[in-house]
Structure formats: structure tokens, C-alpha cells
Write a protein that binds this ligand. Structure first.
Ligand code: ZN
Length: 241
């Protein structure tokens, strides 16, 4: 199915959802929902599609609270479909997804305790990621947060290459573009990444992990503990470039 949360369901449970899952294509920058919206759809990113939950402020700035790729789902997860949305959901890496009406998903949870349990544990993992982001944004230096974000994104993109402009990276980290440019330049000078024409290439993943704050490992290990049936993300250690 390309989405690991759905793929982890038992066949009987999957059969409850399958008739209502609609394949969609998400485009870069697409807003799935904005604060105050009545969220009617849950999206399951497939393959390498990735979206972010972003919190904006009145002065036009923004920062990311959570990254959601093929290991998860976005829309009505923690609220179980009770509206309205609090954050903005934006597509960072475009691609395919499966969409389901939240009412249908809630019906399936009522019919199947194991679906309910899976989504409750996923909601816990998602909330853990959001809570870790609070500490990370308040306590950790920008270069370490930037490394964390690149690792999290690479886990979902299956490739050392991430199509990413510095504007988007600045938005995710809640800083000015010029500030992010300095950080990217420093990581490039240390040989950890390459950056050219809107593409970041991770050159040395072990050193990038060493340079990231503890939040990357903390979120990942909590996810693996609460959702052990979802296989760990494939990690590409050396792209050879
Ligand atoms: Zn951190």
C-alpha cells in the first residue's frame, strides 16, 4: 500500500478500510487543512510523500511541530475527527497518498478494537513528536535542529537527495532564510551535506546523526516502542557521493 500504518493492519481490518481509501496525488506546498478548518479527510502519505504540521504566528512566521510520512497519517488523528484543526498541514515532499473520509475511519475504529488500538498508539507517537519539538525548539541550537530535520526527512524520502529549498527549510525551523543559509553552509563545509539548486544531498549520515540533537533518536525510539509492528525506516548510510 506504500503506507506502513495501513500495511501493518491485519487483512480483516484492512478490508474494513480498503473500500473507502481513495488514491490522491499531493502537490508540493499543498495545504491539506488550515487552522480552524473542519477537517473531513485523513491522508495516509505513501512511498516518499511527506507533510508537516506547522504552527504560524501573527507576524507571518511559522515553525514545524511534526513531520508525517509513510509511517503515519495526517488529519483528525489526535482529535479523532473532532474539529476544528489547530495546525496547518502542508505537503513538503509531493507524491501519492490514500485519503479516507474521517467518518469512515471512525466507523472502522468502532467496529474493530485492533484498528482503534493502532490509531490510539499512532496518536501517542505523533503527540510525542510534537512534545519533543517543543523542547527542541526551546533548548537546542539551530544547527542540531537542522540535522534532526534532515534525518527525519531522509527516513521518509528513501534517498540521500531531498528536494528542498532553503525557504522551506527556514519555515520548518522557524528562522529567517539568511540564518538557515549560514547553517546549511556550515554543514556543507563540514562535508555532511551538499546543497545545490533546491536539493540537499546527505553525504555522511553517521556524522549527521552525531551532529543532530537527541530529539531525533528520542522520537524514533518511542515510535518503535509503541508501534513495533511498523518496520523501522530504511536508512541509507552511504550514498557514495
Ligand atoms: Zn532537539
Amino acid at each position: 500500500m506504500g503506507n506502513r500504518l495501513l500495511a501493518s493492519l491485519r487483512p480483516l481490518d484492512r478490508a474494513l478500510l480498503e473500500p473507502y481509501l481513495e488514491p490522491v496525488l499531493l502537490t508540493k506546498g499543498q495545504v491539506l487543512f488550515a487552522p480552524g478548518d473542519d477537517v473531513r479527510t485523513t491522508h495516509f502519505p505513501s512511498i516518499t510523500t511527506m507533510a508537516s504540521l506547522v504552527i504560524g504566528t501573527n507576524d507571518g512566521r511559522a515553525a514545524e511541530a511534526a513531520t508525517i510520512g509513510r509511517e503515519g497519517a495526517i488529519g483528525g488523528i489526535i482529535s479523532s475527527g473532532h474539529k476544528p484543526a489547530f495546525a496547518q498541514a502542508e505537503v513538503v515532499l509531493p507524491g501519492p497518498a490514500l485519503a479516507i473520509d474521517i467518518g469512515r475511519l471512525e466507523e472502522a475504529k468502532e467496529r474493530s478494537p485492533s484498528i482503534r488500538d493502532l490509531f490510539a498508539r499512532y496518536a501517542d507517537a505523533l503527540l510525542a513528536q510534537v512534545m519533543q519539538s517543543v523542547a527542541c525548539n526551546a533548548l537546542h541550537p539551530l544547527h542540531a535542529r537542522c540535522c534532526r530535520w534532515l534525518l527525519t526527512t531522509q527516513d521518509r524520502s528513501d534517498s540521500p537527495d531531498i528536494a528542498l529549498t532553503q525557504e522551506v527549510l527556514a519555515e520548518m525551523l522557524g528562522v529567517q532564510r539568511t540564518t538557515v543559509s549560514t547553517v546549511v553552509g556550515a554543514l556543507r563545509d563540514r562535508g555532511l551535506i551538499r546543497y545545490a539548486r533546491g536539493q540537499v544531498t546527505i553525504l555522511d549520515r553517521p556524522r549527521l546523526e552525531a551532529a543532530a540533537c537527541e530529539c531525533y533518536g528520542a522520537v524514533r525510539s518511542h515510535f518503535e516502542r509503541v508501534l513495533p509492528e511498523i518496520k523501522p525506516q530504511e536508512i541509507i548510510v552511504d550514498p557514495g557521493g
